[in-house]
Each structure stands twice: as structure tokens, then as C-alpha cells.
Design a protein around this ligand. Sequence first.
Ligand code: HEM
Length: 147
Amino acid sequence: MNSRPAASDCYSGPAIALHWLIAVLIIGGFYLGWIMTDIPGFTPTKLRYFSWHKWIGLTVFALAVLRVLWRATHRAPTLDSATPLWQKAAAHAVHGVLYLLILAIPFSCYFYSSAAGIQVVYLGIVPLPTFIGLGRSRPRCARYTSR
Ligand code: HEM
């Protein structure tokens, strides 16, 4: 039995708003991630960009969770009945992969950041847990450990 409301012809306002908000944040966060790593040294600007990048990524994650919850409780608009079956299957598969990526990328980046031993303080206000300890910066082979 499916308790979700019947599908309509188009997405609702909240679904469209979430879609575009997530899209804009991913593009902005990606751009920031790209340019921040090219800034030489440890300048205040670089550190600020790193923080903004992390906050944007975490906001994407939170909004993506909301989006998945919305999708689990609402039906997506039905595709045109003339759409070939393989195209319907391809559309579902691509949507599934996109959901997976918008959750997995910020999630894995968060762990990557934790492994660098840097705690994320969301919006400079909320300290977040690190989950994993500091990663090793050097290989453990005898050549290095004996020094
Ligand atoms: C939608 C989410 C995200 C996207 C699309 C994204 C994308 C990127 C990109 C394109 C770079 C530049 C990589 C390079 O040029 O080497 C980057 C770097 C980085 N990101 Fe993200 N990111 C996301 C979320 C996050 C989150 C949530 C965190 C941590 C809380 C994070 C932490 C980092 C760090 C620390 C770097 C620098 C890596 C380095 O020093 O080489 N990112 N990210």
C-alpha cells in the first residue's frame, strides 16, 4: 500500500525551491573549492574560502536529506505515456545516482576534512563532531618511522 499523494503534472513549489537552491549551492561550492585550493600559502582569504566551502557543502547535505524525505513522501510527476520504457528507466536511474552523489560527496568530504584534524564549526557557530581521528600524513614504512 502506498500512502503517498497521487502524482500531479508538475513538481510542487517546495520541491522546485529545494531543487534550485541545491543546484546553486553545488555550483557555487564547487567553484569555491576549485579556486580556494589554488591560493598559495595560508592567507586569511584562503581560510575564509575553506570555511565557506565547507558550510556550503554541509548545507547541500542537509537540503539533500530534506529532498530525499520529500521524495519519499511525495510522488514525482508521471512521465508522458508516450515515453519509451528505456527512457523512463534511464531517467529513474539517473535521478537515483544524482541523489546518491549529492549525499555522498559532502559526506565523504566531511570525513576527509576530519581526517586532516580540522574541526568544522558550521557558520562559525555550531562545532561539529569529527567522527574520525587525524590521518597519518606520512607513510608508515621503516624508511620514515626510523627517523
Ligand atoms: C556538494 C558538496 C561539495 C562539493 C561539490 C565539493 C567540491 C570540491 C572541489 C571541486 C574541491 C577542489 C578539489 C581540488 O581542486 O583539489 C574541493 C576541495 C575541498 N573540499 Fe569540498 N566539496 C563539497 C563539500 C565539502 C564539504 C562538506 C567539506 C568539509 C566539511 C569539504 C572540504 C573540502 C576540503 C578540505 C577541500 C580541499 C582539499 C585539498 O586541500 O586538496 N568539501 N571540494
